[in-house]
Design a protein around this ligand. Structure first.
Ligand code: DHB
Ligand code: FE
Length: 282
């Protein structure tokens, strides 16, 4: 039997990946951020999941404005690293998990989530930076990955509630898989950030903190946050946080927060990470 055993949410700021790739993580600017990733890496190395579902967004790397699927699932054997303008990041190719990915694709579509199926999909910093911050710099990623891509680039992205319901469906469908697998699910993107315009550099620590608190205690309330509210409170790219709801929906109602890290600034954004395990811990 397969089971989702835990969830991780993390920001995907590209400069964090560059700092790792260039060996700059111990500089005074970056050290406090990377110090906070240590416990998350230790936790994940100890958990040793068999696979990860990584809910992420593409930044016009695999898709362009010609094609904007709301939800895409990658069913390939492997996913190459996208060239985002400076050559692909020097990180391992991402191994897929076609058996579980096809099981998810089929059951999700029959469950009325109209997934786009990707047989080929280069993955950009939206997926590779979360892997880097949680796994470090191994020669191969320690587990196969099912990339689940959400449109948060072109209005309208799916609502938080839709994302949460997708997570709920994923939880059930993973449980129906014939194979054995302990699966971890990532929600990625966020936290508060705006990359352009008059409010560029916006950081809302209170919104980010309340969001992390709510994720554990009252995720249903968080799913009611509107797109306008994300943009007003967390900046235009803060809307990436809808992807965290997929992760939360895939966990049990009762979860325990086992770790949290929040740091400002990373580039001109806030970087957050939270780890949730199923069960109240009682
Ligand atoms: C930047 C890009 C992102 O996709 C993001 O989520 C945060 C920051 C950037 O270019 O700095
Ligand atoms: Fe982004």
């Amino acid at each position: 039997m397969a089971k989702i055993v835990a969830g991780i949410a993390t920001s995907h700021v590209p400069a964090i990946g560059v700092a790792m790739d260039k060996g700059n993580t111990a500089t005074p600017y970056w050290e406090p951020l990377f110090r906070g990733y240590g416990p998350a890496r230790e936790w994940l190395a100890k958990l040793k999941p068999d696979a990860a579902i990584i809910v992420f967004n593409d930044h016009a790397s695999a898709f362009s404005l010609q094609l904007i699927p709301t939800f895409t699932i990658g069913v390939a054997e492997r996913f190459p690293i996208a060239d985002e303008g400076f050559g692909p990041r020097p990180v391992p190719e991402v191994r897929g998990y076609p058996d579980l990915a096809w099981h998810l694709a089929e059951s999700l579509i029959l469950d009325e989530f109209d997934m786009t199926i990707a047989n080929e999909m280069p993955v950009d910093h939206g997926l590779t930076v979360p892997l880097s911050v949680t796994c470090g710099q191994p020669a191969q990623w320690p587990f196969p990955v099912i990339p689940l891509c959400v449109n948060v680039v072109q209005y309208p992205p799916p609502t938080g509630m839709r994302c949460f319901k997708l997570g709920r469906a994923i939880r059930r469908i993973v449980g129906e898989f014939a194979g054995d697998a302990r699966v971890v699910i990532y929600g990625t993107g966020g936290m508060s950030h705006q990359l352009q315009g008059e409010r560029a550099g916006l950081i809302n620590r209170k919104f980010d903190t309340d969001f992390m608190d709510g994720l554990t205690r009252d995720p249903a309330a968080l799913t009611r946050i509107t797109h306008t509210e994300y943009m007003r409170e967390a900046g235009s790219e803060g809307v990436e946080m809808v992807m965290w709801h997929v992760m939360r929906g895939a966990l049990e109602d009762d979860v325990t927060e086992v770790y949290r890290h929040y740091h400002v600034p990373a580039s001109n954004t806030a970087a957050g990470l939270i780890i949730l395990e199923n069960g109240s811990g009682a």
